[in-house]
Design a protein around this ligand. Sequence first.
Ligand SMILES: [Zn+2]
Length: 78
Amino acid sequence: MLFRLLLLFLIVWFLLWILKKQFAPDEESSAPTSSDQSEDIIACHYCGIHAPKSSGLMYQGEFYCCREHAMLDEQEKS
Ligand SMILES: [Zn+2]
């Protein structure tokens, strides 16, 4: 009896899991894409390469793809 209940519970849980997967694919698939879209792609002030804001750095109000380019640009300014 207990085994049957357990089996029933597992079947219900499995069905709910499938339903959840079928009815909420937008949430799962849109979550990473929306975060990608929300991330700003900015051109490096030195070399012009477009890079995500998180992968580069802001230096004196300008975006650079790497620390070296920030330093190089600073050297060329002075
Ligand atoms: Zn650069």
